[in-house]
Design a protein around this ligand. Sequence first.
Ligand code: ZN
Ligand code: ZN
Length: 353
Amino acid sequence: MPTLLPTASLKLALYLAAMGWHIVPLSPTSKRPLANCPRCHSTARPGSTHPIETCPCLPTGRWCHGVHAATTDPARLSTWWQRQPDAVPGVAAGPSGLVLLDLDAHDDPLPADPATGLLPGIDLTGDPALAELARIRTGLHTLTLLARVRGGPHPWPTTPEHQPVVTTTPSGGRHLWYRAPSANLRQALGKLGWQIDIKAGWNYGLAPGTTTSTGTYRLRSGDLASPGRLPEWLAHEVLRVTAPTPTQPRPSPTLRRERCYGAPAAYLTTVLTRGAAHLATLTDGRQRALSALAYHVGGLLAWSGLPEHQVSAHLITAGESSGLPTRLATRIVHRALLRGVRAPLPPPPMPVT
Ligand SMILES: [Zn+2]
Ligand SMILES: [Zn+2]
């Protein structure tokens, strides 16, 4: 029998915060963080962001900087909900020490090439699942497939140690909240498979128990005070798809001088993840911001050595997570990335390591 959660938003926020879930107020209609004040809005462009530590707004009870403002402080939560009683609580994954597997149940067509498109980075050629594609309709099915391929008996074991907090979403999907692996997932965002998004770091999900204009995120199982750890095989998969790696060594003489090999890849990964975090705080101008990010990243792609498909997938996920429809995000990314690739940027000055 799942725990009965408070239905009023502030009570729910306080209840979860008391158990260590870092709460951020979201709009009940857009399900995105509430807008920054004009001052923080104007400084929130990439490159000109003022550090959240020195933002004057948070101590005065504002909610600027979206998910970066997330807190467990009951006084701050109370102030927020006094100001915006219809806000709904979201959970900042990284600050809460959690990782969210977001299993969708959209009525999307299967990938054009299911053998390579269902589970990114895993070739399913010859797998019996390909003979029964009609059985794969949601992210839950994709996760079950991944579990079989990678040796997990079931996507979420029922032993308390590995049992996630599970909610069902108004659109028929599921959220699995796990304790994050100890590896650095501070900025992670990725696709584990078709209709499965990973949200960690400065990314967020609707809090268990939240009611938005589309319905309630119902708690089904799991211990809110102590969500289970990812089973080892699943932690490995999450880390695999959220950590971009360079494809091959690059023979450029300037790069050979780098003391730290892989620094360009790490640099571009930082640009990507900061850009994604910035997108997540925007309510207006998301298309323009995604396009600008993809163009910039495209300009550095060859230098970074990161594989284009991986970078492109990260950008699309960032766009989707900011609330843009998949098709639109995909179109913007493909177009702007290509323009960027055709106009390579000079390598940026690297920090001394
Ligand atoms: Zn502000
Ligand atoms: Zn600010």
